[in-house]
Design a protein around this ligand. Structure first.
Ligand code: SF4
Length: 714
């Protein structure tokens, strides 16, 4: 039966926008998806899905999507066949490698690839066979610090014990806004609801954020409005006050190493010392410390608001320490490692201290290169990058320093973009290869592995066949590999079986096969052992000596530098210097929804700059005024929105905006790319993790127009 004659049917699938992977039901009629709703019968998400998950259908149906391979000839885009695109890209890649060597090819892989099980292995294999080693990813914009921090403390980058919110008595949430963002490095159905339920049964909840977020309030808990970028000092003070007060848990001596070094480090950060740095009074810091250490069960969660600051790796280290020294690591109601369908701790095992290199632009962590050095590798390298392959990413906008990146990209001999849209980076590309969205490819919920509060695995078929000539990412890279004479899954008798063999093998530890998962109701198997505490130290901790490293040697230089930074932070606060932070909205996910009409209406036609009334008064600007925002690295124009939820001295703006000519709505309602204000080049990232410095940026504001309306404090 042809698709057009197909009767109406409902297909169970799941969302691949963020970690919760909420269950969805798509209604298909005549081969087209006509409706998407939350899956009420899903065993984990139980009818929860957010605006973005539902609006993903708009992306699927967007007339601006890339539907055919395209080749840029001069200023014109020409539609080409897939055969011509694959042979053309392969031929140009060969040419670059013959002229400049394989190191002249670089790759940038964006965040959506993390939600696409087959994309990572396919690109990894292709890039390795090309012989290239310059690999950039969006991870260095928002989470590289977490991989580094866990590798140092636990011996594995894949160990991220999550807060057991359902059973905790106290929860400390730093740099996260779960009501809006739903959760990063934690897969939980409706985290905000879970926090409300915890609060309702008496748990104490604290949010730590420069902005009083939508998540805080009477139904959850208060926000401790911290000075941006100073979370590391707050965490040090909490641990110090615990050491000086209730004391470390007994488990620390038996299970930890370098405990004295941790004690020596935090000794310099009492609540009284830290209070003027973080902008939270000492009594409150002591109260949080005492409560966290003395309630039966306490949990901690840290997210992108801290990751993207200057000290994300050290802050994550101290998050782990807070849990460990209070005996809450691997305790029900504390922080617990989720295992899920595959025990992945061993797969992430690496010696953190041996993982550094002296790169061309200074010391850095081995692995994914700092995104903020991409322009330098193109413009300033002794062996410059000449070709860039971009998968599901928009590095021109998502990395700091748009102008220099634009200059760099315009100098390249070859840019190939594999994407849903012709985004801002795609505008500068030579080849555009159209990929599939989440409704057009089979998948499993891989991103939640090791992060799920109720572990489960779900298989989804493609809900519909790829529209027009859109192609799954693994097929694109497999075709390129074949064309270039490399090993390719397309050479296998059954390529589908070949590409899923790895997942099938991973399931054997659970006594399952992929076929059994496929055959399960809704393609879903929920693991009844759930979020089980009690096995972490003996089974998952990866340091050879079986101990938690409480003060990794490799952190030494960064720890030493913190003292000076504490003084600088204190001086900056006292001088009234403005700090820029990034904020999030329920209708945007990085830049994913920038062309979705239903999410970009009314007041959401740009990304205003939130300014506290006190600062607005001081600066002589009012609601709706246009201002120039300047940093040491760039300037933008933005529209002021008065907001007493931001801490005085802090301004906030949503990222992911900017003009993109290949997307009509993103072109007509562009907002502004705030990343133009962010640092790039040497010194712009944390050498402990390669994580870019993207929030807590010093800025100045000048009025572009003056509002005739007198500013009121209301
Ligand atoms: S919370 Fe995340 S996974 Fe769930 S529907 Fe929303 S975007 Fe999708």
């Amino acid at each position: 039966m042809s698709d057009a004659l197909e009767i109406k049917r409902e297909v169970s699938t799941f969302c691949r926008v963020c970690e919760p992977a909420c269950g969805l039901v798509a209604t298909v009629d005549g081969g087209q998806i006509v409706h998407v709703r939350a899956d009420d019968d899903h065993p984990v998400s139980k009818g929860f899905a957010c605006t973005k998950g539902i609006a993903s259908l708009d992306i699927h149906r967007d007339p601006d999507r890339l539907n055919h391979p395209q080749h840029r000839v001069g200023d014109r885009w020409e539609r080409v066949t897939w055969d011509d695109a694959i042979s053309g890209v392969a031929s140009e890649l060969r040419g670059v490698i013959e002229r400049h060597g394989p190191q002249a090819v670089a790759a940038y892989v964006g965040n959506p690839s993390a939600f696409n099980t087959l994309a990572g292995p396919a690109t990894g294999s292709f890039f390795a066979q090309l012989g290239m080693s310059r690999y950039f990813s969006s991870g260095t914009q928002d989470c590289a610090n977490k991989f580094a921090g866990s590798e140092a403390v636990f011996g594995s980058s894949t160990i991220h014990p999550i807060p057991d919110i359902a059973n905790t008595d106290a929860l400390l949430v730093l740099g996260a806004n779960p009501r809006v963002s739903k959760g990063s490095f934690i897969s939980i159905s409706n985290m905000y609801r879970e926090i409300m339920q915890a609060s309702a049964r008496g748990a104490t909840i604290w949010f730590v954020n420069p902005r009083r977020t939508e998540s805080s309030g009477e139904r959850t808990g208060e926000t401790l409005q911290i000075v941006p970028g100073t979370d590391v000092f707050l965490l040090a003070a909490l641990i110090h006050e615990i050491d000086a007060g209730p004391g470390f848990d007994r488990c620390v001596d038996g299970r930890g190493k370098h405990v004295d070094e941790l004690r020596a480090f935090v000794a310099g950060y009492s609540a009284d010392t830290v209070a003027p740095i973080v902008g939270i009074d000492a009594a409150t810091i002591r109260d949080v410390a005492t409560t966290f250490a003395t309630v039966p069960r306490a949990a901690v969660h840290m997210s992108t608001g801290v990751n993207m600051g200057r000290h994300g790796t050290l802050a994550y280290w101290l998050v782990h320490m807070l849990s460990f020294v209070t005996g809450n690591l691997d305790r029900e109601g504390g922080n617990v490692l989720s295992v899920g369908f595959y025990a992945s701790a061993k797969a992430g095992r690496r010696d953190y201290g041996a993982g550094f290199v002296d790169g061309e632009f200074g010391p850095m962590r081995r692995g994914s290169l700092p995104g903020t050095l991409l322009a330098d590798h193109i413009l300033d390298s002794e062996s410059p990058v000449k070709a860039l392959i971009v998968l599901a990413g928009n590095p021109l906008f998502t990395i700091g320093g748009e102008e220099r990146l634009r200059e760099a990209f315009e100098s390249l001999e070859l840019i190939v973009c594999v994407d849903l849209y012709r985004n801002a980076t795609g505008d500068l590309a030579h080849w555009l290869l159209p990929s599939t969205d989440m409704f057009e490819r089979p998948d499993i919920n891989i991103t939640g592995l090791g992060l799920q509060s109720e572990p489960w695995i779900q298989w989804t078929d493609a809900v519909v066949e790829p529209h027009a000539e859109r192609r799954e990412e693994w097929r694109i890279f497999a075709a390129l590999a074949k064309e270039m004479g490399f090993r390719s899954p397309l050479d296998a008798d059954d390529p589908e079986t070949e590409v899923w063999a790895r997942t099938d093998h991973m399931l054997t530890g659970r006594g399952l096969s992929l076929d059994e998962v496929r055959a399960a109701p809704k393609g879903t198997v929920k693991f009844e052992d759930g979020l089980a505490a009690g096995e972490f130290y003996d089974r998952h901790l990866q340091h050879a000596d079986g101990r938690v490293d409480c003060c990794p040697d490799a952190f030494g230089p960064s720890i030493a530098a913190l003292a000076d930074e504490a003084v600088a932070a204190s001086d900056a606060s006292a001088s009234g210097e403005l700090r820029l932070i990034s904020r999030r909205d329920t209708r945007m996910h990085n830049s994913w929804f920038s062309n979705v009409e239903s999410l970009k209406r009314g007041t959401r036609s740009n990304n205003p700059l939130d300014v506290h009334v006190d600062d607005a008064t001081r600066l002589g600007v009012g609601d709706g005024d246009r201002v120039v925002v300047r940093s040491d690295w760039g300037e933008i124009e933005a529209t002021v929105r008065l907001d007493d939820a931001v801490r005085p001295g802090v301004v906030a703006i949503e990222h992911g905006w900017g003009r993109q000519s290949g997307m009509r709505l993103a072109n007509d309602k562009p907002g502004v790319n705030v990343n133009r204000l962010l640092p790039s080049g040497p010194g712009s990232f944390d050498p402990l993790s390669n994580q870019a410095w993207m929030t807590g940026i010093p800025v100045t504001i000048s009025p572009l127009t003056i509002s005739p309306v007198t500013i009121s404090a209301g």
